[in-house]
Write a protein that binds this ligand. Structure first.
Ligand code: FES
Ligand SMILES: [Fe+2]
Length: 339
């Protein structure tokens, strides 16, 4: 099993964390995540060094995480600060591994690899999530597939024509224009859908307008599996910059080889004070991401054993360019670490 460990991954959303620890596995590594009394998030290996109890089942005592089994207490850096037994000795063997954490853009980023290599500058930009010009709604989903299947899914947003047909099908699909832009550690798949009638979702964005529109579905990938899309719509002929749009957070974090965490969000530049528009976006996320995409990728995952056992290679289509480029980049990162 291969994971790229020397990279930033989102392990949680800020609203998931409090002084009550959250147990969450990323890259086959169980973590105990919690907010310390000063507000700083801590991430410890969720295995007590004594008898391997789950620290995430413990509680904070005087700001320290207390093991639920025999009461050892740890600070946010993983040092044992209290041993209630015998003479209270605290040898180095009582320390628990801690992980670098950065809370940024309303995301909790964790570095599961070599801490000496953890550079916060390398965290991709999701500033739209906290930009006051935008309104963000989003959430968390759990998907039973290898994270790469969802990366493939997201790097070709043309799948909406079929997977999300009730909401996102467009009559201009046959005029779709694609471009793939490869940058430094960044790949963008750009899609323009010119001169179509608004899809059900776009019509909601436009509050029921029913005249031809240009639409854009772009997505940016940053290593290893953090994507930001740009879903825009405007009356036909309007420059892209003047569109109304949503910048969508789509960040995947491997849990195991066959499951992943999906952190999603939509940051929109229209109807920012309109709770009804929040509802439109929330129901889109619940329907499209948590149901429709999940069904497709989990079915692919269940076929993987047969596919691998029989050495079946995927057939390639013209819409696969961005996904293929990204999967090669991920492979390169895996090989780099293996070396
Ligand atoms: S298992 Fe944690 S103190 Fe014993
Ligand atoms: Fe989708």
């Amino acid at each position: 099993m291969t994971f790229v460990r020397n990279a930033w991954y989102v392990a949680a959303l800020p609203e998931e964390l409090s002084e009550k620890p959250l147990g969450r596995t990323i890259l086959d590594t169980p973590l105990a995540l919690y907010r310390q009394p000063d507000g700083v998030v801590a991430a410890l290996l969720d295995i007590c060094p004594h008898r391997f109890a789950a620290l995430s089942d413990g509680m904070l005592v005087n700001g320290h995480l207390q093991c639920p089994y025999h009461g050892l207490e740890f600070d946010g850096g993983g040092q044992c600060v209290h041993n209630p037994h015998g003479n209270g000795a605290r040898p180095a063997s009582l320390a628990v591994r801690s992980f670098p954490v950065v809370e940024r853009d309303a995301l909790i980023w964790i570095w599961p690899g070599d801490p000496a290599l953890a550079d916060p500058e390398a965290i991709p930009d999701f500033g739209c999530r906290v930009d006051p010009a935008y309104r963000t709604v989003g959430g968390y989903g759990h998907v039973d597939c290898n994270y790469k299947l969802l990366v493939d899914n997201l790097m070709d947003l043309g799948h909406a024509q079929y997977v999300h047909r009730a909401n996102a099908q467009t009559d201009a699909f046959d005029r779709l224009e694609r471009e793939v832009v490869v940058g430094d550690g960044e790949i963008r798949a750009l899609m323009k859908i010119p001169g179509g009638m608004p899809s059900v979702l776009m019509a909601k964005f436009l509050r029921g307008a029913n005249t031809p529109v240009d639409a854009w579905n772009d997505i940016r990938w940053n290593k290893v599996s953090a994507m930001l899309n740009f879903i825009a719509v405007a009356p036909e002929g309007t420059p892209k910059e003047q569109s109304i749009h949503s910048r969508g957070t789509h960040i995947l974090t491997p849990e195991t080889e066959t499951s992943c965490h999906y952190f999603f969000g939509s940051s929109r530049n229209f109807g920012v004070d309109d709770p009804e528009m929040d509802g439109v976006l929330r129901s889109w996320q619940a329907q499209a991401l948590v149901k429709e995409d999940k069904v497709v990728v989990e079915a692919i995952q269940r076929r993987r054993a047969y596919v691998e056992a029989n050495g079946i290679r995927p057939a390639m289509l013209s819409c696969d360019e961005a996904a293929v480029r990204v999967s090669r980049e991920i492979e390169k990162l895996e090989q780099l670490e293996a070396a």
